[in-house]
Design a protein around this ligand. Structure first.
Ligand code: TYD
Length: 137
């Protein structure tokens, strides 16, 4: 998606079932988020000084959640950057296609859970920032 902007990405408050025995957060395809979930993956044991991401996607939608710990995601549409500190299991960041993302500042024990709209496809990645800027023109 060439015309997407960082302002079209947003924090989504997820459905929560809460009682004195603890919490459940629920994410459902097409209601909590505007896509059907095809794939789930998670990053963990990321050293504090490491950076992940550093790519864009052409068609992929993602909801990114910090079910444990915290990390920072910086989104960039080629013109504007927006950073989000994720540290609440009940909030997710909806990342639409055509956005460059970088993840860093991982806390000890952080888990980065990603719910994705498509199966893994290397063709959907834009891995060079120069190519990304050209793609957005
Ligand atoms: P990548 O998406 O580049 O990681 P990150 O954005 O977290 O830095 O993926 C890292 C490697 O893992 C890459 O070689 C491809 C592989 N991979 C899969 O095989 N399937 C997947 O669903 C994902 C997300 C990655």
């Amino acid at each position: 998606m060439k015309l997407s902007a960082v302002y079209d990405c947003s924090i989504v408050e997820l459905k929560k079932s809460q009682n004195r025995a603890g919490n459940i957060t629920i994410v459902e395809s097409n209601s909590s988020i505007p896509f059907a979930i095809k794939r789930v993956y998670y990053l963990y044991d990321v050293p504090a000084e490491e950076e992940r991401g550093g790519h864009g996607h052409k068609e992929l939608y993602q909801l990114i959640v910090a079910p444990s710990g915290s990390f920072t995601i910086t989104l960039n549409d080629g013109k504007t950057k927006r950073s989000f500190d994720l540290n609440n299991p009940n909030l997710g960041l909806l990342v639409i296609p055509g956005i460059w993302r970088e993840l860093n500042n991982f806390s000890s024990g952080a888990v980065c859970l990603v719910l994705a709209s498509m199966e893994y496809s290397e063709e959907d990645y834009i891995r060079s920032y120069d190519d990304f800027v050209k793609y957005k023109l």
